[in-house]
Design a protein around this ligand. Structure first.
Ligand code: UT7
Length: 325
């Protein structure tokens, strides 16, 4: 019998502090940095984002998302035998955020590690977890995307600081006789490391290089619209499906224009696209599982629906996962 990996529960976490575009205008004005609600909404679709308070870490948001996912799946923490955390904003240089999440959940013994693929991190993590479950190595996995991008933002750079937010999303992925994940597709092209990066690093007790986010937005935009169509088509082909089989497209939530352009290229009606970028901004590796959890809790995504999850981001990385929910 074919062994599949199936999502049995979802969860998410957003820090309480919510900043609207008007709040960002007010925050940036004393620095002499001008922006407006009209520009942000028109160019990105973003209306609000959440920022964590001091002392809150990626593992804290991840733990809340995991607890919700475990409860939705009716799985006890002790039954988890794999933890993969996708993040570019880990609590520490090491150990991994996954091991910190493991400790905070009171689990011991199972493998726990981070995946670093920036905004495609959750797609990479889900792909790895799917492989480990289908090979028989793991039975019940927690797969998490968690980010605190507010700490990487340059509030003197209006082209990036209005785009990102903090949050986490998690799924419980279990071995099952019925599908499940139908196909996955992941890629990277290191030629483009410079168009979206945080170049700084820690050396000899100091931060060397710039530790704030840099993005060539137009270059990222152009690459994103091309690869998101390609990866969706590749995953559909691997699964023997067509775009007509997709009930919901859950893309990385970076810019509503990229999401709509992908849907149009795939000839999917725009009302089949799950959109949370308006309320969360770009939460990098957290954006897809956050959007999935919101769509499930709002009753949009239902058991049995076929979902196309797809991500794109720094590296350059991109990929997609087609699944029956
Ligand atoms: O998560 C990883 C994936 N990331 C993405 O997918 C992001 C992809 N890129 C984008 O979403 C878009 O390129 C941006 C939203 C970043 C920028 O949108 P754009 O339509 O490409 O704008 P632009 O960079 O061409 O800038 C247009 C104008 C410029 O003014 P001038 O030079 O025409 O006078 C900018 O200075 O908009 C100006 N501008 C702003 N104005 C008000 C840039 N940022 C702002 C701002 N407020 N926050």
């Amino acid at each position: 019998m074919t062994r599949y990996a199936r999502i049995t529960g979802t969860g998410s976490s957003l820090p309480p502090q919510r900043l609207t575009n008007a709040d960002m205008v007010e925050l940036l004005a004393p620095r002499g940095v001008e922006t407006s609600d009209d520009w942000i909404v028109e160019r990105t679709g973003i209306r609000a984002r959440h920022f964590v308070a001091d002392g809150v870490y990626a593992s804290d948001l991840a733990v809340e998302a995991c607890q919700q996912a475990l409860s939705a799946a009716q799985v006890a923490p002790d039954d988890i035998d794999l933890i993969i955390v996708a993040t570019s904003t880990p609590d520490m240089v090491f150990p991994s955020t996954a091991t910190i999440v493991q400790r905070k959940l009171g689990i011991a013994g199972c493998p726990a590690f981070d995946v670093q693929a920036v905004c495609t991190g959750f797609i990479y993590a889900l792909t790895v977890a799917d492989s480990l479950i289908r090979s028989g190595t793991s039975r019940k996995a927690l797969v998490v995307g968690t980010e605190i991008f507010s700490r990487l933002l340059d509030f003197n750079d209006r082209t990036t600081c209005v785009l990102f937010g903090d949050g986490a999303g998690a799924v419980v992925l279990e071995a099952s006789d019925t599908p499940g994940i139908l196909a996955t597709d992941i890629h990277a092209d290191g030629k483009h490391t410079g168009i979206l990066c945080v170049p700084g690093h820690v050396s000899g007790g100091q931060i060397l290089g710039d530790p704030l986010l840099k993005m060539d937005g137009q270059a990222v935009f152009k690459l994103a619209v091309g690869v998101l169509e390609d990866t969706a088509r590749a995953t559909l082909t691997k699964a023997g499906k067509t775009t007509e089989d997709i009930d919901w497209l859950i893309p990385h939530q970076a810019n509503i224009r990229i999401m709509h352009s992908t849907a149009r290229k795939l000839k999917l009606p725009l009302d089949k696209v799950v959109v949370t970028v308006d309320q969360h901004g770009n939460t990098s590796a957290a954006s897809i599982p956050l959007a999935l959890d919101h769509a499930v809790r709002q009753g949009q995504v239902k058991k049995g629906d076929t979902l196309m999850l797809e991500g794109v981001g720094g590296g350059f990385t991109w990929g997609s996962v087609l699944l029956d929910f």
